[in-house]
Write a protein that binds this ligand. Sequence first.
Ligand code: CO
Length: 227
Amino acid sequence: MTSRKLDDLLARNRTWAASIKAEDPEFFTKLSSQQTPRYLWIGCSDSRVPCTQLVDLLPGDMFVHRNVANMVIHTDFNCLSVMQYAIEVLKVEHIIICGHYGCGGILAALRNMHFGLIDNWLRHIHDIINAYDIYLTGFEDENSRLQALCELNVLQQVFNVCQNSLVHQAWAKGQQLTVHGWIYGVEDGLLRDLEVTLSSVQELADARRRLAEKTGLRALDCRGDSP
Ligand code: CO
């Protein structure tokens, strides 16, 4: 019979907490007074991409926001609030946008599948498909197109982060803040750096130009770098 109370998870938690305390008896006491994470992770909700686990960090090391297809939408106050607190209060030094290959949300958009409310959220992926249609149709099979789109989505979200007023203000004040684009392979457990590591408006403009050149993005779509 299945347990209604999830006793198994609670038992696993007790074992986990005890193992950490065995290593460092003061670990939780020290953490209870403050958090000073250096990283903000923005990733997909996918159960196969457990952010702190896959970079082997402990509680207290990373501030986290996850949603379907790791998107940073300009008017999403949930994500913006996380970013604001991370940048202005916690003063994280790095924002990592991490996508993953084989993302189900991105595949649903690519195949134009319908699941209800979430279709509206995934419209943002459709926008990316439309903007990069020439580049994406150059891939012969669906799997390579999906992987390319998963990477493009990370780059687009890195740009969305960098175009945000919070990031611009931090950079204008001289605050040390670097935005990274990574992608994770569910099939091998490894992270890849997509080589978009941006710490200034100029680096953002250069990265956007490089992507536009690589993908044949219409000039209209890469104009303007300020929010
Ligand atoms: Co996903």
